[in-house]
Design a binder for this molecule. Structure first.
Ligand code: AMP
Length: 249
């Protein structure tokens, strides 16, 4: 069984994001980019399934600019087998990504597609769900544990009240939550090996997908700056302020 893992190139989670002066978006110039952290968890899970003899091949796909090739190489260095780069300019919205993924699923016929639950740049949390709907496949979102059976997969999901386990008929779509696993670091020999692994280049036209945006960003703002704290002289003063100023007691 093949596993397809979509990986997105996003601003590194350690970078302090700056909003452009005209409010049209965030500044991407000279900013460190990395694989979306939830996608690293997806790659790790797929590789573990392969190592356990439950999957035959791990194929990565990234929709984005030429530099998204580096993101694919990161996943190949972790242990994935090959990559597909679907080249686009600018932002590609989740619906367009899901349509492209549907085209790739048609060609590759994976038994599982494992995506991140959300991309940390747009925080959409949409692509996996849209892909499952477009394919008419079962979906297990926010996975905390994945257990492969015979033609089925049990996905334990992180929900508000705790954990919920659902059984999906395969092929299926799964999205990863933070606690599913801890992704490995790529070793130097594996980074070198990854340079030789194949990456196919495609375009949205190959899948008949129009990637023009359907949403307009009206404005982007920095969050309000945190105000400085104050010191209180006594517990009584603290309680008084919590009651009468903060209104939390
Ligand atoms: P989102 O719906 O944008 O929050 O993204 C959810 C997940 O969909 C991500 O964690 C990725 O696994 C996948 N995804 C979204 N956009 C892309 C992209 N441009 N290329 C590859 N995978 C993507």
């Amino acid at each position: 069984m093949k596993i397809l893992v979509p990986v997105k190139r996003v601003i590194d989670y350690n970078v302090k994001v700056r909003v452009k002066a005209d409010g049209s978006g965030v500044d991407l110039a000279n900013v460190k980019m990395s694989m979306n952290p939830f996608d690293e968890i997806a790659v790790e899970e797929a590789i573990r399934l392969k190592e356990a003899g439950k999957a035959s091949e791990v194929v990565l796909v990234s929709v984005g600019p030429q530099q998204a090739q580096e993101t694919l190489r990161t996943g190949l260095a972790m242990g994935a087998d090959r990559g597909i780069l679907v080249k686009t300019e600018g932002t590609t919205e989740p619906l367009a990504v899901a349509k492209i993924l549907k085209g790739i699923v048609g060609e590759e016929e994976p038994g599982l597609v494992i995506l991140g639950k959300q991309a940390i740049d747009d925080d959409c949390n949409q692509t996996g769900q849209m892909l499952a709907a477009l394919l008419g496949w079962a979906q297990g979102t926010f996975a905390n544990e994945i257990d492969l059976g015979e033609g089925t997969v049990d996905v334990t999901r992180e929900v508000d009240g705790g954990l919920q386990t659902v059984q999906l008929k395969m092929p299926a779509v799964v999205t990863t939550d933070l606690r599913l696993n801890e992704p490995r670091y790529a070793s130097l020999p594996n980074i070198m090996k990854a340079k030789k692994k194949p990456i196919d280049e495609k375009s949205p036209d190959d899948y008949g997908v129009d990637v023009s945006p359907r949403l307009e960003v009206v404005t982007t703002k920095e969050p309000p700056a945190r105000e400085a704290g104050i010191k209180v002289a006594s517990v009584a003063e603290l309680v008084e302020k919590l009651k009468n100023e903060a209104g939390v007691l």
